[in-house]
Design a protein around this ligand. Sequence first.
Ligand code: GLA
Length: 389
Amino acid sequence: MDMLAKMKTVFMERFGDKKTRAFFSPGRVNLIGEHTDYNGGHVFPCAISLGTYALVADRDDMKTNVFSVNLADKGIIGFEMSGLKHDATKDWANYLMGVVSMFEEAGHKCSHGFDIAIGSTLPGGSGLSSSASLEVLMAVILNEAFGFGLDMVEMVKLAQRAENVFVGVNCGIMDQFAVGMGRKDCAILLDCNTLEYRYSKLALENASIVITNTNKPHSLASSAYNVRRAQCEHALNELREVRPELKALGELTNPEYDKLAGHISEHLERQRARHAVYENQRTLAAVKALENSDVAEFGRLMDASHVSLRDDYDVTGKELDTLVELAWQQPGVIGSRMTGAGFGGCTVSLVQNEAVEAFKANVGKAYEEAIGYAPSFYVASIADGTHRL
Ligand code: GLA
């Protein structure tokens, strides 16, 4: 049974026979440009067809009840549609509550609640943005129900704010932007400094985007993530002593950075900042290569991105490095790197279509031998952003 059919049954059981509206919100995979968003650089993600579905019915009071078919053991979680505060006992519903709260703070007040069934085809905690997918989903549900008239970029910003302020994860804007603004068969080149963006058609001809999940159990990604952010901010502040007009590391070219690097006192912070600068320039070069149909160069830059994330940014770890090194050894692999925040989660590989099956078999077997458990593979199709079905 597909996800929506399953959800219809579950909705009926939990909330009764009501008229519902259906929505879909994708996950995302970032092709290149990692840990550049909060450094004022560029990213190049796309929305994927794995994502989060919602069935929504209006209520005539101010209460919302949510139920996830993936987290059935948590039962129905209820919250009020006004005056919300983060509440750990409400578990995953905090992502939805955060959006309601940020809408209210921005003057978009809800006048009733909903019964909502949620179902996700995204592997949870895999770094494919299941939380951003939920947040933008809720934003679109509210915008539609109450006719707030917000455009998608405004909703993306409120969704990011929900994650930053309400949930307390200091993420950049990439995930919510890719989820909300995704377009079928395109990646998005986004300048995170200005929010200027353009779509780039992914004409990969005979290649597929293969996502491989390390399946690494829970990692402490969010504290390490915040440490990287702080290191980059500190490095930027030191550079500002000699370049006061500098607003973000993403404004520097590689030679400019090399000239200035001596003004960053800590070796570790020099490495972090170098990644931020070089990765941004690499992203621009990669998009140019792709648009010139030089897929091989795009792949080479993906590989270089991984090396920089491993050596300068130190966010890979054994599982991701093992997957990527195995991928590099396979015939028909154009490029492979970690994607998302790192520490666990997924890699993204560009693989010739005829090599995909062997890739899965070989990488799967060797990874399991090295790590002790198997990875999972998803061949991504590039989807539209959050929308009503
Ligand atoms: C996470 C964050 C994003 C971005 C990536 C790293 O996915 O949510 O904002 O910083 O890590 O590129």
